[in-house]
Design a protein around this ligand. Sequence first.
Ligand code: ADP
Ligand code: MG
Length: 335
Amino acid sequence: MDFSELGEFGFIDWIRCSYPSSSPSVIKGIGDDAAVLSFSNDLVLLITTDQLIEGFHFRLGETDGEKLGRKALAVNLSDIAAMGGYPIGYTVSLGIPSKRIPFDFVDSFYRGLTALGEMIGVELLGGDTSESGDRLFISITLLGKALKNKVVYRAGGQEGDLIYVSGWLGEAALGFHLLEKGISKKGKENIFFRYLCPIPRVKEGQLLAEKNLPRAMIDISDGLLADLNHLLEQSGLGAEIELSRLPLSPDFQLWTKEYGFDPLSLALEGGEDYELLFCVAPEKSKEVEKLSQEVSLPFTCIGKLIRGTKGIWIKDAKGVIAPVLPKGYNHFKSR
Ligand code: ADP
Ligand code: MG
């Protein structure tokens, strides 16, 4: 077996099957946005970890310490949001190439990190520090909590459920590609911001879960199709997505056209939007729309869960339905 054959998700499956959890206090181990541990009669503990590696997840010339600190915490917060959870605190482990990274950069990294932490109400609890040779490594582990009967898993979607997505799709991927091409940020700051400094939908995840709206939920880190596919695998269903319903912001449409990017492939396969993707019983759609107004963030219905055929089916503008591969970001596999 080799990594390119397995891909990132085959590798994770191999770990999950080879080393299953055995403790009864593990409600969910490997396979969701966060692990879920029994804590008391009513409460569960949520644990998630995510890393950012220089050269893969970020390049120093393209961001600054503060934004990087915010992003490192935001991507973890997004996983707690996807469980409908309440983040509590986090640890930060750094591998610092100290000959190359100035102290001031790390100083501003911590300023960004803790500023977002304060905004959300999570504490820095500890971490680990090492010299790392040539790349900056950042790994954050975030703890959260939730009421046992309110946690939302990737599993749980039912046939006929409506599939919703929060916010807008494709902007982070567009920001990444514009940066890569060295295109000026002027007038498109919001698009760059979506890539460099994503906003985790913590409050939205909590409110959705509190109101028992989603039956299944995941955050979009690898891309809409890839993450929807994770949810489908856990829910044992297929999905039909309508292209004309994808939430694409006017700015996104403007700049993809201007610079010749395919908006649909960015929206479907581009990663790092950190929006929430969730499935709701059709009779609850009015409540979802009401909540969307309350939080001033669009929750857009983009399709529905289907039984009988596995995988994702796309309905185009002419009404033609065809299967699509769940392409998205996958470490170890070229796209
Ligand atoms: P997300 O995109 O939500 O952060 P991932 O795709 O990174 O989720 O991970 C999916 C699941 O696999 C999670 O439960 C995560 O804890 C687990 N996982 C990922 N990498 C490893 C690893 N190297 N060892 C054990 N579990 C892992
Ligand atoms: Mg996730």
